[in-house]
Design a protein around this ligand. Structure first.
Ligand SMILES: NC(=O)c1ccc[n+]([C@@H]2O[C@H](COP(=O)([O-])OP(=O)(O)OC[C@H]3O[C@@H](n4cnc5c(N)ncnc54)[C@H](OP(=O)(O)O)[C@@H]3O)[C@@H](O)[C@H]2O)c1
Length: 269
């Protein structure tokens, strides 16, 4: 039996040795996913890998991403990369690393979602660290990611940027009540950043969309939401299956739109 530090070191060496980017298959399309260790991001990894894509799965802590590591052992075209999306130097480093490996689909998925209790806090209860962090992770980081990977996506065959947003960021759809201040504001800011960027992407041949994944049950056992019946909540595999169909069917005319996972129809801002 290996002692804990030795065991994690060997796991790390296994990851590094078995997932060199040079092993990615040049004949297959490539997707780059943020927040790929759990929830919707992890399901995207599973479904794209099952379709035979090259998957660059990024996570803040590869050494703790046990489910991702397990996938690598059965899918040779998955590469795990360390990425905290607020670390812009690291984003630039990865973009430079993957200039030759073009990215067909850039999937900006990492996000901070409120837990049950904090979701219902009034303005007196806003946590300012979470407010700043939500803006950094949910809104600013996806714009930096899109900027850094513009060339790698433009050089690919499919040329798609998919930004996971939320109905919570929509003035038309968000419930008319004082909830989820930081989350809703950060997703609304994300929508406007991407709407603005969508006036630049056609010049590069890129189709950029915002995508709502629906109300998805990604609660972990520790979450206060776990076990609470929320109307219309769907399983992660259903949401991702439908999003894959929407992504697959995109045309350049969809550039700049905010779409629903269900059938790719347009959502109001
Ligand atoms: N679930 C829903 O009902 C729902 C509805 C609308 C929109 N969305 C959006 O869909 C996306 C995925 O949601 P989810 O439900 O799968 O969330 P989740 O289960 O909470 O997972 C969030 C993911 O984002 C990662 N992340 C957080 N901060 C990060 C950072 N600074 N750098 C890199 N990664 C970071 C997390 O990594 P760690 O494990 O390291 O924390 C995790 O992998 C989010 O953008 C969310 O806002 C979800």
């Amino acid at each position: 039996m290996l002692k804990a530090p030795v065991k994690s070191l060997s796991l790390l060496l296994l990851i590094i040795s078995s997932t060199a980017w040079a092993d990615l298959d040049p004949a297959s399309p490539t997707v780059f996913i943020t927040g790929a260790n759990r929830g919707i991001g992890l399901e995207f990894v599973k479904q794209y890998a099952a379709l035979g894509w090259n998957v660059i799965a990024t996570t803040r802590k590869p050494e703790k991403a046990e489910q991702l590591q397990a996938l690598v052992t059965t899918h040779e075209k998955i590469v795990i990369e360390q990425l905290d999306v607020t670390d812009f130097a690291r984003i630039d480093e990865l973009a430079a690393k993957y200039t030759e490996q073009t990215i067909d689909v850039l999937l900006s998925n990492a996000g901070i979602t409120p837990k049950y209790k904090s979701a219902f806090r009034r303005v007196s209860g806003v946590n300012w660290d979470i407010a700043r962090n939500s803006m950094a992770v949910n809104a600013i980081a996806p714009l930096k990611l899109a900027q850094a990977f513009m060339a790698a996506v433009a050089a690919s065959e499919q040329k798609k940027m998919i930004i996971i947003s939320s109905k919570g960021g929509s003035f038309g759809l968000s419930p008319k009540m004082p909830i989820m201040y930081s989350y809703r504001a950060s997703k609304a800011a994300l929508n406007m950043y991407m709407y603005t960027l969508s006036f630049e992407t056609p010049k590069k041949g890129i189709t950029l969309i915002l995508l709502s994944p629906g109300q998805v049950d990604t609660m972990e056992d520790s979450d206060q939401f776990k076990g609470i019946k929320i109307p219309n909540m769907i399983e992660t595999n259903e949401s991702v299956e439908k999003m894959l169909k929407v992504i697959d069917g995109l045309t350049p005319e969809d550039n700049g739109k905010f779409l629903t996972y269900e059938d790719g129809s347009v959502l109001p801002w």
